[in-house]
Ligand binder design. Structure first.
Ligand code: FES
Length: 583
């Protein structure tokens, strides 16, 4: 057995919900009486844990479209364990609809949900999430309030198939779209393929950002073991929801909080896990933001240090061949965590929501398919962790996902072809007169947290048609943007400081030479210091900032990608203390 450092709180004791419901004062009768209009008997207000099921269901967040059904199973578990469930709809930042980009609203959602928890009689929270931004936003909110919380994800969709081949969410959208541009696929075939992409309820079926963040929640210890990979429509997903409902009630009684679970050791586990699964680069930003909320010092250096010697062993798209359904059948994330533990790459004593250590949860699991979860000697990428590059082009860092990149481009010197913003890119990329070939380095500016605004997933710029027609499928691309977790390529992202904040990226010009050396972690603009200083002195932003509304708040307060792109005034844990009633 591994050592447990957590000591459960004594029970029974007075919970925070009793601030609203204990006694018979005018205010208590006001609060309790209103809730009774839902038909709740008086004895339910006897001091038992009130559990908020924070539900990100929305018709416009289709990845989370089945979460109301799942909430019923969570409720059943809470009732069984002697708790009092209340389902609360919360801000749902859908990846596939929100403009300018869902990422701009991750922090707004986290702010709204933090106050939804703090301002209401909730003793513990079930975070019912799925789509990319919903998982980090709720985890950030729970960390800021630090009340007992458990993550339940909606699970991935079933495999897609088109003409007998697996079709991965997002990954094949990029592939098919490039094939159309290269003249290898017709528009009619592309439309036919669309029908095969989303076969069931659930999140993206690749190891995209949703699957990555579900895996991060499990590796951090914030979800029950095995949660990440169960398909959305598998009956075991509903069992997981019910068991999580049971578990949160005991977590409240024990006072087992996010700050007890999400320690530095837990973040190190998550970072290594991300390398092993070939996870999304978006996990870098989200984990930095969650750590910032719970008050744990995690930096880009931790990503490079912990990820350096981690092999990518999960053979899933976009890095590999399979999809989440096969990952589940092979044994899912517990098998990966066991592998890391056997290799000395897991902090085994890290606590999980189960009350057990992470090692106790995974030590006895079995790998059922060694082609899906590979042994180390057949790893997809021996050094699979996120690489953090630095240099005069990225003083605060930039990231690259080695498992999705091309080996021949990991050390390269090329001529920059610059796009000032995403509109400039769209206007030029299909122009046959564009002076570009596969040895060039594509540079996209003004797509960072302040610049886009919101830091859209446009870093994996499609290649020029004239390059694609040669059969070339990858070029180095550099930007201050993010990349979809379902995307692939030698794509250098999150370049910090961003162009819109006056980072060196802002002064790169077409024709400049850039050197990339991933092994040396180097990203260098081949100009003298004096030339860079002169260009920076003459630089002015090309876009005006928003003058009002949330965009103004975001652009004024958002921090750089290198520290998680949170709003500066939301960092840190503010606790769950409640204020006074106004009536
Ligand atoms: Fe929602 Fe992929 S777009 S999970």
């Amino acid at each position: 057995m591994s050592a447990l450092s957590f000591t459960p709180a004594p029970w029974p004791r007075r919970l925070r919900s009793q601030e609203w419901y204990a006694g018979n004062s005018r205010d208590t009768i006001y609060h309790r009486g209103w809730l009774k209009n839902q038909g709740y008997p008086h004895d339910l207000f006897d001091g038992r844990p009130i559990i908020g099921i924070l539900n990100t269901w929305s018709d416009l967040t289709p990845c989370n479209g089945h979460l109301r059904e799942l909430a019923e199973k969570v409720k059943a578990g809470i009732w069984e364990a002697g708790g009092f469930p209340v389902e609360v709809p919360v801000f749902s930042a859908s990846e596939n609809t929100f403009r300018p980009t869902a990422m701009m609203f991750r922090n707004l959602a986290a702010l709204a949900i933090e106050e939804t928890i703090r301002g209401q009689p909730i003793d513990g929270a079930v975070l019912l999430v799925g789509c990319d931004k919903t998982t980090p936003s709720l985890m950030m909110a729970a960390a800021s309030c630090d009340i007992p919380s458990i993550v339940v994800t909606g699970g991935p969709m079933l495999n897609g198939y088109f003409r007998g081949e697996r079709v991965g969410s997002g990954t094949h959208l990029w592939k098919f779209s490039e094939a159309v541009k290269a003249g290898e696929m017709t528009q009619e075939e592309f439309l036919e393929a669309e029908q095969s992409m989303s076969r069931s309820s659930g999140t993206c079926n690749t190891m995209g950002t949703a699957s990555t963040m579900a895996s991060m929640a499990e590796a951090l210890g914030m979800a029950l073991s095995g949660n990440a990979a169960i398909p959305a429509v598998d009956s075991r997903r509903r069992v997981m929801a019910q068991l999580s409902g049971r578990r949160i009630v005991q977590m409240v009684k024990d006072d087992l909080k996010p700050s007890d679970i999400m320690t530095k050791a837990a973040f190190e586990n998550a970072i290594r896990t991300n390398g092993a699964i070939g996870g999304s680069t978006n996990a870098v930003i989200h984990l930095l933001a969650i750590a910032g909320r719970v008050g744990v010092d995690v930096t880009l250096n931790d990503w490079d240090r912990c990820g350096r010697d981690v092999a990518t062993i999960v053979n899933l798209m976009p890095s590999g061949e399979y999809l989440m359904e096969e990952f589940f059948y092979a044994g899912g994330l517990p098998v990966v965590l066991k592998r890391l533990g056997e290799g000395g790459q897991l902090n085994k004593d890290a606590l999980t929501v189960s009350g057990q250590t992470i090692w106790d949860e995974v030590r006895d699991v079995v790998n059922h398919n060694e082609d899906v979860i590979r042994p180390l000697e057949r790893a997809l990428t021996p050094q699979g962790g996120i690489a953090v590059l630095r240099g005069n082009l990225a003083p605060n860092g930039a990231v690259l996902k080695p498992s999705a990149a091309s080996a021949h481009l990991m050390q390269h010197r090329g001529r920059a072809v610059v796009f000032e913003d995403i509109d400039d890119y769209k206007a030029k990329i299909n122009d046959e007169a564009l002076d570009i070939d596969e040895t060039c380095i594509m540079v996209l500016k003004n797509c960072g947290p302040k610049g886009y605004p919101g830091m859209a997933e446009v870093g994996n710029m499609g290649l020029p048609p004239k390059v694609l027609r040669k059969g070339v499928t990858d070029m180095i691309r550099i930007s201050d943007a993010r990349m979809s977790g379902t995307a692939y390529g030698t794509v250098i992202l999150h370049t910090s400081p961003e162009a819109a904040a006056g980072g060196p990226l802002a002064i790169v010009q077409t024709g400049d030479m850039i050197e990339v050396d991933v092994a040396a972690r180097r990203l260098h603009l081949d100009l003298s210091d004096a030339e860079i200083a002169a260009r920076l002195a003459a630089w002015t932003p090309i876009h005006e900032r928003a003058a009002s509304g949330y965009a103004f708040l975001h652009q004024t307060h958002v921090e750089g990608a290198d520290t998680g792109a949170d709003l500066d005034f939301l960092k840190g844990c503010r606790g769950n203390a409640v204020g006074k009633d106004s009536h």
